[in-house]
Design a protein around this ligand. Structure first.
Ligand code: NAD
Length: 308
């Protein structure tokens, strides 16, 4: 059975994701509030609807790819005179939100959709714009088994690894936990390289040891923060992302919210959130998140001068 899909939010990620759905033969109507985003998606072959509610009213499945939780909830419920998507949809429509948002917001969005007579899942992604374009995203899905069964072939057209993490909100939970590991480990790897520099240890020597020892991790062996050891890492192209500092700061902010809500005493996760917020508020927002090593190196010079 062919399902009609409304795809809302055709930005850096949503545009190419919607294009991959079209390429896989799905019946897609896209829409974005930005005319430029609509034009870019149209150029990728995505049919554009006149309005979000028009696309949603004709859809079996609604996918949203928005910046933050408030955009999702406002779009679902409506804002001011603007009608909400939940009211516009036919009963039983499956809403899949692929934005990265707080676990609590994902559960609120899910509950609003169900109260309006619909079905809902959270399915955030990792893999960045490159993964969105190549159709190789990883999806972390939260929702009921039968809804996941409907969503799976759709998500497979946009990704290569789809994990059903459990009930509502648990896709976002998996994403926030993974990215907390990533943020903390990138800071740890960067601190170790700067310490090695001060001690006279070459980048290559530290890499050769740590990548084959207990310091091994993705931040070291795939996204290595110094140029040289891993030629494909963003450090070799002046920290062009990759995964931008602003997005890491956002995701660690969501982790910090979840830590506060659950009372988990995560000192490193909390500190990583502060460190990446400072990085993004400085000049790191549009640099790859591995550029944090330059901040650490700069601060180390200042403190060395201060000590002498
Ligand atoms: P983006 O800002 O490029 O795109 C978001 C789009 O949503 C914008 O074009 C905006 O106009 C549109 N939008 C907002 N409200 C809307 C509404 N009510 N109706 C229609 N369109 C609306 O952001 P992005 O980089 O595509 O990221 C989208 C989501 O994916 C974010 O939650 C982000 O955290 C997450 N994410 C991004 C990346 C990445 O590398 N960019 C990686 C993983 C996850």
């Amino acid at each position: 059975m062919t399902l009609s899909i409304a795809f809302l939010g055709l930005g850096h990620m949503g545009g190419p994701m919607a294009a991959n759905l079209v390429a896989a033969g799905h019946d897609v109507a896209g829409f974005d509030l930005s005319a430029a985003a609509n034009d870019a998606a149209r150029a990728l072959g995505v049919p554009i609807a006149k309005a979000a509610v028009a696309a949603v009213a004709a859809a079996d499945v609604v996918i949203t790819m928005f910046p933050a939780g408030r955009h999702v909830i406002e779009a679902y419920t409506g804002r001011g005179a603007a009608p909400g998507l939940l009211a516009a949809a036919r009963p039983g429509t499956l809403f899949i939100d692929s934005s990265t948002i707080a676990v609590d917001d994902a559960r609120t969005a899910h509950d609003l959709a169900v109260a309006a007579g619909h079905r809902a899942m959270d399915a955030p992604v990792s893999g960045g714009v490159v993964g969105a374009e190549a159709g190789t995203l990883a999806f972390m899905a939260g929702g009921a088994d039968d809804d996941f069964a409907v969503a799976l072939p759709i998500l497979q057209a946009m990704g290569k690894r789809i994990v059903h993490c459990g009930g509502s909100g648990l896709g976002q939970a998996a994403k926030v936990c993974n990215n907390m590991i990533l943020g903390v480990s990138m800071i740890a790897v960067s601190e170790a390289f700067v310490l090695g520099e001060k001690l006279g240890l070459s980048h290559e020597a530290l890499f050769d040891v740590a990548s084959n020892a207990s310091g091994q991790c993705w931040a070291l062996t795939t996204n290595c923060p110094v140029p040289g050891p891993v030629p494909t890492s963003p450090a070799n192209r002046d920290y062009t992302p990759g995964f931008a500092g602003a997005l890491m700061a956002k995701d660690l902010g969501l982790a910090a919210e979840a830590l506060a809500a659950t009372g988990v005493h995560a000192e490193l996760g909390s500190l990583a959130s502060l460190i990446y917020r400072r990085f993004a508020d400085g000049d790191g927002a549009s640099a790859d998140f591995s550029g944090i090593i330059n901040d650490i190196r700069d601060r180390s010079q200042h403190s060395e001068q201060g000590a002498s």
